[in-house]
Design a protein around this ligand. Structure first.
Ligand code: ZN
Ligand code: ZN
Length: 388
């Protein structure tokens, strides 16, 4: 019998303990697919993951794109493609969640909605939920369940998009973070003409956070036609780049302007306060500031990772929120439907400078950890592994 071909994959074992290991390529079942990774981006959440202790050796990476190298006979019936039937050689981007479709939450919200399904699986995740059909165990066949690997096994029930011929794989690896931004903006939308209408050509918006999510959110707000978009952050160099990419109207370095002065300046630009604040900075203090800043009848969207980081604050709810008639949203769930919107935005990559977000390109699994150590560098926006 011919020896099975081996391939490499990053395996997370404990805090800052990531091994590159080899496993035999799995047999492709008639309802599955095997893709060869072309590009995988580092998510902010990956940085939290590598500081944690997974319950078992786990895969890593959920923002990936690859080329189909093998397909089961029934794969076109069991894998949901937004781009019609697929064939070997096609490159695909992937919705990283597989939900069960039958639990009470899936019945209520529809199949595919993540963070609510009771039995969900996530590619590149360190845990699964309830009675997920697949495990997050890297040692369990088919091993290749995360994007930081040479291959990924695509299970039935996965939602995918076929990349147009000219679209670079590394651009497509931005699908997941851009879908987060698209969802944030969806949450801000109201019917036109209502009290507190939040998104129109006269909207003044503040985006807090100069990371990839903050930058792309500001970019989308400009694409949607907002009057003024103000982006706040902490590093001049980053803010300069953020403005160049997002085409936002103003950037503010919060380290260089005291809170009172900053508020006065923002209120001046926004005729009394922003109609919309989108908080992308993963910081509870910034959340409170955002709520203080938003104007009466305004809209606030919290995008930060919804776990908190152990900090607690006391706030005056009546003064901070109730008195303002503010619409408050928190983003934790997303769906393949929003990813589809984001995918079509990425298809317009020649119009918008998504490419400039990819500041740290690397070309082997071995460079993953060294690149992740640069995530706090002033010139870092997003790292992407490119394997071609
Ligand atoms: Zn992500
Ligand atoms: Zn479910």
């Amino acid at each position: 019998m011919a020896e099975k071909k081996m391939a490499k994959m990053a395996v997370l074992k404990g805090p800052n303990h990531l091994d590159i290991e080899s496993f035999p390529l799995p047999e492709v079942k008639d309802d599955g697919m095997l893709i060869k990774i072309e590009a995988t981006s580092i998510c902010g959440s990956d940085a939290h993951s590598i500081r944690s202790t997974p319950a078992q050796p786990s895969p890593l990476g959920h923002e990936f794109t690859g080329k189909i190298v093998e397909m089961g006979e029934r794969a076109n019936e069991t894998i949901y493609s937004f781009s019609g039937p697929l064939k070997v050689g096609d490159r695909i981007a992937v919705y990283p969640w597989i939900t069960c479709g039958t639990c009470p939450e899936c019945m209520r919200h529809g199949n595919g909605v993540c963070m609510v399904c009771e039995n969900a699986f996530m590619y590149g995740g360190q845990e699964t939920f309830g009675h997920s059909k697949y495990t997050a165990d890297a040692y369990e066949v088919p091993h290749f369940k995360g994007g930081f690997a040479e291959y990924v096994y695509i299970f039935p029930g996965t939602y995918v998009w076929k990349l147009p011929e000219d679209m670079p794989s590394e651009i497509a690896s931005l699908l997941d973070p851009l879908a987060v931004c698209a969802r944030a903006i969806e949450m801000a939308q109201t019917e036109p003409g209502v009290l507190g209408e939040s998104l129109n050509t006269n909207t003044n918006a503040v985006v807090i956070g100069e990371g990839a999510i903050g930058i792309m959110t500001a970019m989308l707000l400009k694409i949607m036609g907002c009057r003024n978009v103000i982006l706040t952050g902490h590093k001049d160099e980053k803010l300069k780049k953020a403005q160049e990419i997002s085409r936002c109207d103003y950037v503010i370095n919060s380290n260089k302007m005291e809170k009172e002065e900053r508020f006065r300046y923002i209120r001046e630009i926004t005729d009394g306060g922003p109609d919309l604040v989108i908080q992308c900075a993963n910081n509870t203090r910034a959340s409170i500031e955002g709520l203080e800043l938003v104007r009466k009848l305004g809209t606030y969207v919290e995008v930060g990772v919804p776990f908190g980081f152990g900090e607690t604050f006391e706030v005056e709810l009546p003064q901070l929120i109730f008195s303002k008639n503010v619409k408050i949203n928190s983003l934790a769930s997303n769906s393949q439907r929003v990813f589809d919107k984001a995918f079509h935005l990425l298809e317009r990559y020649q119009e918008f400078p998504f490419e400039k977000l990819l500041t740290h390109k690397f070309y082997s699994l071995e460079e993953l950890m060294p690149t992740m150590q640069k995530m706090r560098d002033v010139d870092y926006i997003k790292g992407v592994m490119i394997l071609k």
